[in-house]
Design a protein around this ligand. Structure first.
Ligand SMILES: [Zn+2]
Ligand SMILES: [Zn+2]
Length: 242
C-alpha cells in the first residue's frame, strides 16, 4: 500500500464559471506542482474536457479521473466519477439530454471552452451547462452506477447548491455511499444523526488555478491505477488527513 494525495473536484474552462486559464494542461500542471497524485475533472454537467485533462495529467505523471459535477433538478451538486472516458461520455450524453433546451449566454455566464491537452482551443459548447438538469438527486447515484461510475453529493456543508442546503437531510434512499465537504467544513457536522458513519473527504472545487489546494489528504492504494481508485471509492478504506 502507498498513500496518494488526491483532489477529486476541479473545474476547467468548459465550466462557464471556470477561469479561462484553467485549461486542461494548466490544471494538470498545477495539480502536479501542488503535490497531488490522483485528480478528477468535474465540470458542471459536462465531460468534454475530460479526455484532454486525463492525457495532460498522464504527461505530468499523475492520474486523471474523468468526471462531472451534476446539477440535479433540486439544484444540488453531485460529483460523478467514472473509471474510463467512454463511461464518462455515456453519462455525459444522458445528462446533455436532461439539460434545459436553451443556449448558454456567454455574456452572463461566461464561455464554455473545449480544449485539447496541448492548450489548443477546439471550440465552444453552447448548451446551458450552468443550469439544473431534470435528473433527481434520488436517481443520480444509480444513474452513475449504470455507467460504471460513482456519484456522491458535493460540498454538503455549503449553504447553496448542496444536498443539506437544498434537501435538508441525508436520505439513505438516495444510495450515496460517501460525501464531499469543503475544507472549511465544521468538524462536528458528521455528529448529526443522519450523517453518522458517512465516509467523507474534502475537495478544492477549484474554478481558478490559485484555488487548487496543496496535498493534505490521501488514499491508500496498492497501486496508482484507476481500478484501485474505484475500489477505494466504493468503500475499502477512507481518506486520512495529515
Ligand atoms: Zn458545486
Ligand atoms: Zn464544483
Amino acid at each position: 500500500m502507498a498513500r496518494y494525495a488526491f483532489d477529486l473536484h476541479l473545474h476547467s474552462c468548459l465550466s462557464p464559471c471556470g477561469g479561462e486559464e484553467n485549461t486542461p494542461a494548466n490544471l494538470a500542471g498545477m495539480c502536479a506542482l501542488a503535490g497531488l497524485e490522483v485528480v478528477a475533472l468535474t465540470d458542471h454537467n459536462a465531460v468534454g474536457n475530460c479526455g484532454a485533462f486525463c492525457r495532460a495529467a498522464e504527461a505530468y505523471g499523475i492520474l486523471g479521473i474523468p468526471g462531472m459535477e451534476l446539477t440535479t433538478v433540486e439544484e444540488a451538486h453531485v460529483v460523478c466519477l467514472f473509471p474510463e472516458l467512454a463511461a464518462a461520455e455515456k453519462f455525459g450524453a444522458i445528462v446533455k439530454e436532461a439539460l434545459p433546451p436553451i443556449k448558454n449566454r456567454r455574456d452572463i455566464y461566461g464561455p464554455q471552452i473545449l480544449m485539447d491537452e496541448e492548450d489548443n482551443v477546439l471550440g465552444e459548447e453552447d448548451c446551458f451547462y450552468a443550469g439544473a438538469t431534470s435528473i433527481s438527486i434520488y436517481d443520480a447515484a444509480d444513474l452513475a452506477l449504470s455507467c460504471g461510475g460513482i456519484a456522491y453529493p458535493a460540498h454538503i456543508d455549503r449553504p447553496s447548491f448542496s444536498l443539506l442546503a437544498n434537501l435538508g437531510f441525508w436520505d439513505p434512499a438516495m444510495h450515496f455511499i460517501r460525501a464531499e465537504v469543503s475544507r472549511s467544513c465544521p468538524a462536528d457536522l458528521f455528529q448529526r444523526e443522519d450523517l453518522q458513519g458517512i465516509p467523507h473527504f474534502d475537495a478544492s472545487d477549484a474554478h481558478y488555478l490559485d484555488q487548487i489546494q496543496d496535498a493534505h489528504q490521501y488514499m491508500d492504494l496498492p497501486e496508482r491505477t484507476t481500478e484501485a481508485v474505484f475500489r477505494w471509492l466504493f468503500g475499502r478504506n477512507d481518506a486520512k488527513s495529515g
